[in-house]
Design a protein around this ligand. Structure first.
Ligand code: MG
Length: 401
């Protein structure tokens, strides 16, 4: 049997919603056989595009599309220095596309290639936000009425509700501000209220977004323990991993960590020391499906579950890859789900569908998703400098997002 060769690699930049998306299309020597993958690093999309066009594409053309592991390993070391979000996202798009191709060649959905169904659909969590605890509760109740059973609750989004508006020094610079101590003042009361107002069986989650000093993070995780959260997300930044042992010694609040990790090895000490409960990496940022499957299997042996990052800056192609892993992996935990607009779903036929709080993959071969390139071309990416990622403490010091 002659090998199916990679003939072309195309990078499609599009923006059907609020943020740029990057989709990779790997075209093979077999007429009509192609694969799609997600390379979305939304705030550095031009750099990923350049990496794909100028570095990975010449490296890939002529290679056997079947050899995913070899291509991932050699793509990772081809520039000598490896990892980093630009290379990893670029390689992720190629990796997912090659799995899509392999599924199409086998006539099977990707979850069949990875071990078959452990469940028929994946439970998702969605986000309820609000300016005060009553508005958060109202928004959570609307989501519960639509069938969702896992709700992540936030007060005032990432900037909080007070925005440190009244406590800045004279001459403070423009831009986003936040008061990390606000979380300590308001969040335990928010969850006390939610536990009383919502049905007991609804699962609640909270995202710290790494915005606390380490001991404040420990204090908050401990204060929230009594409200039986499904997990607290990113309670510490990647720079403070040693502090997880302190939090672990103080409370039994389940912890999810990893959306800012790039190297798959970053999470290994947290897994092997059982310091967290959920592996929560951004699949394209660590290099795609190939490293994610390895991390998930590693985690299973240590009693950890998966919770792949799933915001709007994962394209529907990336979400399809997440869902195929979710329904297959025995140690799946939960899938984050961002509600998408009609244009995005029209642009990506085969986007996994939500019903009754679960997301379902379709049973088409590969990832089961396509891209309407004509429609994508009508919605080009808008270049803008992000604001919320460069937020400041009340005195003007830059904080970590
Ligand atoms: Mg998060």
């Amino acid at each position: 049997m002659s090998a199916v060769q990679i003939r072309d690699v195309r990078t499609i930049l599009t923006q059907p919603g609020g943020v740029p998306l990057i989709v990779v299309k790997v075209i093979t020597s077999d007429p009509g056989l192609f694969g799609l993958g997600c390379s979305t690093f939304t705030w550095r999309h031009r750099a990923v595009h350049a990496c794909l066009e100028h570095h990975l594409k010449p490296f890939l053309i002529g290679k056997d599309a079947a050899n995913i592991e070899d291509i991932w390993q050699s793509g990772m070391v081809g520039g000598y220095w490896r990892n980093g979000p630009v290379l990893n996202n670029a390689l992720s798009g190629v990796d997912m596309a090659l799995w899509d191709i392999k599924g199409k060649m086998a006539g099977m959905p990707c979850y069949q290639l990875w071990g078959g169904l452990s469940r028929q659909a994946a439970a998702v969590y969605v986000h309820a936000n609000g300016r005060d605890k009553h508005e958060v509760t109202d928004n959570a109740q609307k989501l519960i009425a639509r069938g969702f059973r896992y709700i992540r609750c936030q007060l005032g989004g990432y900037q909080g509700v007070t925005d440190a508006r009244n406590s800045r020094p004279d001459g403070s610079l423009p831009g986003a501000y936040f008061d990390p101590r606000e979380k300590l003042r308001l969040i335990p009361d928010l969850f006390s209220h939610l536990r009383q107002a919502l049905p007991d069986e609804v699962e609640l989650l909270y995202d710290v977004h790494e915005r606390l000093a380490p001991m404040d993070a420990a204090w908050l995780a401990k204060a929230l323990e009594q409200y039986r959260l499904f997990f607290v997300e990113d309670v510490l930044p990647p720079e403070d991993l040693e502090w997880f042992a302190t939090i672990r010694s103080q409370c039994a609040t389940p912890l999810a960590m990893g959306e800012l990790f790039c190297h798959p090895g970053e999470i290994v000490p947290l897994v092997s020391r059982r310091l967290i409960d959920f592996i929560r990496v951004h699949p394209s940022a660590i290099g795609g499906v190939t490293p994610c499957l390895k991390l998930a299997h590693l985690g299973e042996l240590f009693g950890l579950r998966t919770a792949w990052h799933g915001p709007l800056d994962v394209s529907p192609v990336g979400m399809a890859a997440n869902v195929h892993m979710d329904v297959c992996l025995h140690n799946f935990g939960i899938q984050e789900w961002a509600l998408r607009g009609e244009l995005e779903q029209e642009m990506f036929p085969g986007t996994p569908q939500i019903k009754g709080g679960y997301v379902y993959p379709n049973d088409r071969p590969g990832l089961g998703i396509d891209l309407d390139e004509d429609l994508a071309g009508k919605h080009p990416c808008k270049d803008r400098v992000p604001g919320w990622t460069v937020a400041r403490f009340p005195d003007g010091t830059i904080g970590r997002p």
